[in-house]
Design a protein around this ligand. Structure first.
Ligand SMILES: Nc1ncnc2c1ncn2[C@@H]1O[C@H](COP(=O)(O)OP(=O)(O)O)[C@@H](O)[C@H]1O
Ligand SMILES: [Mg+2]
Length: 467
């Protein structure tokens, strides 16, 4: 048998409380019917017993034989509104009928009347159920041989009516109790569910941006973990929203500066009278434009490296050594123009689970910084190697390095060390960090042997085997 999952919590609670209650009610009613029958028998058997004894006392013996005169009272005690039929007989134990009906039903052998013992039994007589009492009384005190057997029977209407009455009374009380229980159950469920429903209403009424936490104390202990995780979820969402808001504000602020500059430079170029002056202004304009494009590209890379976007990117097993080597080659012209000795170290294939787009951003920004901040004639070295199951990518240079106190802050978006003369927007290392995180890699800064900065990115190895 399969139970459908109830849609409504209230309905399910009600079901599980009321149905068992109904079963109990049915069971109890069934028991009551039995008891009521027994009770009615006890009450009416007393009348039968009294009637049998009264008749038995009127059996007398004299020299003419055995006589019996049935007193009116012995039969009148049965009178009731139900008009039950009463049958009686008085026999001698030798079979002689003294009075009453001959051939009344007899009890089975196990229920024979003994001395002074009244036996009750049910039997069919004249097409009706009849309850009989039978009693045997010795006629002489010292002699047991001759006794009178008195039998009285009554149809069942009165006792059945009494039994019905008892059942109905009991059922009526139980029905009242059921009704009261149902009311209490409904009230209980209503009260018990109220905190939950209030919580639901509160959630429904909330506007999109409302993310303050719910009061954990207002719900029952069982629901508290739910509210706690709801609150945690909202807090995370709030933090993410805040970060995004801050980023948008920062980004638009950062974009405004170069755009204003572009505008000024364009006006300058327009106002220039001499072709030489105009040419100079255009060169400036071109330079600023490149910077602005670079900023826009950096912003784009950053949004691509956000956890939200990363989830849609594919990560595949790839050889980091090979990838980094070919990317380094692309930076050779930039290094050459500053007479920087750009070297690559790494022979063995090092497999990681990577995304080429993000890795390209990560390595480009590190090489770009190294070449950018290292003075002419310096050294920049990039290495890829496996160590203790992890894969290490390092970029070291002979530049000025980053003071320890700044090493955490340089990863923040738009953060640039004060007094940095080179142009930039402070997004490079933030992009490096996001790209690394997308690969579950860790970035750290230290002093390079070459004298400048050493950036280390530790990748977990690819979970796949390679041959
Ligand atoms: N290789 C490096 N050597 C010295 N300083 C560095 C190096 N890389 C980054 N920095 C410092 O860290 C700051 C943040 O770098 P980054 O996030 O790439 O922004 P940006 O290069 O646009 O300024 C830079 O302004 C610079 O002062
Ligand atoms: Mg940079």
């Amino acid at each position: 048998m399969t139970f459908k999952v109830a849609k409504s919590l209230r309905a399910e609670l009600l079901w599980w409380l009321m149905v068992p209650l109904g079963i109990l009610f049915a069971f109890n009613s069934w028991r009551t019917i039995d008891t009521s029958r027994e009770l009615a028998n006890v009450a009416y058997d007393r009348t039968l017993q009294a009637s049998v004894r009264t008749i038995a006392e009127r059996v007398t013996v004299d020299q003419d034989g055995v006589h019996v005169d049935i007193p009116a009272a012995a039969l009148e005690m049965f009178e009731s509104q139900f008009q039950d039929r009463v049958y009686y007989s008085v026999h001698l134990n030798n079979g002689k009928l003294l009075t009453g009906y001959d051939q009344l039903p007899q009890p089975d052998r196990l229920h024979q009347p003994g001395l002074d013992r009244i036996v009750f039994f049910d039997a069919r007589y004249k097409g009706e159920d009849v309850r009989f009492a039978i009693y045997s009384r010795p006629l002489f005190e010292q002699d047991n041989r001759l006794s009178a057997i008195v039998q009285v029977g009554e149809t069942l209407s009165s006792r059945q009516a009494l039994a019905r009455q008892i059942v109905w009374d009991a059922m009526r009380d139980q029905l009242w109790m059921m009704a009261l229980a149902a009311i209490f159950v409904v009230i209980g469920i209503q009260r018990g569910l109220r905190p939950l429903l209030t919580l639901r209403d509160k959630i429904q009424r909330r506007d999109e941006g409302e993310l303050y936490p719910f009061n954990v104390q207002k719900v029952q202990t069982e629901l508290q973990p739910l509210v706690v995780s709801l609150n945690q979820n909202m807090q995370r969402l709030q933090e993410e929203l805040d970060a995004r808001q801050r980023f948008i504000a920062d980004a638009s602020h950062q974009l405004r500066t170069p755009l204003t500059l572009l505008n000024t430079q364009a006006e300058l170029a327009l106002r220039a009278q001499e072709p030489a002056a105009m040419h100079a202004a255009l060169i400036e304009l071109h330079h600023s434009t490149r910077q602005t494009v670079r900023l826009a590209n950096q912003l784009l890379s950053l949004s691509r490296a956000e956890p939200d976007s990363v989830r849609q990117l594919a990560f595949e097993p790839m050889d980091l050594t090979d990838f980094a080597r070919s990317l380094t080659a692309e930076f050779a012209p930039a290094a050459r123009s500053k007479q920087i000795d750009l070297g690559f170290e790494g022979e063995d294939a090092c497999y990681i689970s990577g995304n080429t787009l993000l890795l390209h951003e990560l390595i480009s920004n590190l090489l770009d910084n190294a070449i950018h901040y290292t003075p002419a004639n310096g050294i920049v070295t990039i290495r890829v190697e496996a160590q203790h199951a992890d894969i290490y990518l390092t970029v070291s240079d002979s530049g000025p390095g980053i003071p320890r106190s700044e090493r955490l802050r340089v990863f923040e978006r738009f953060y640039r060390i004060l007094g940095t003369k080179e142009s930039g927007c402070g997004l490079g290392l933030a992009i490096v960090k996001e790209c690394a995180q997308a690969h579950e890699a860790v970035v750290s800064l230290s002093d390079a042997e070459e004298g400048g900065l050493k950036v280390t990115v530790r990748f977990p190895p690819s979970p796949h085997r390679h041959f």
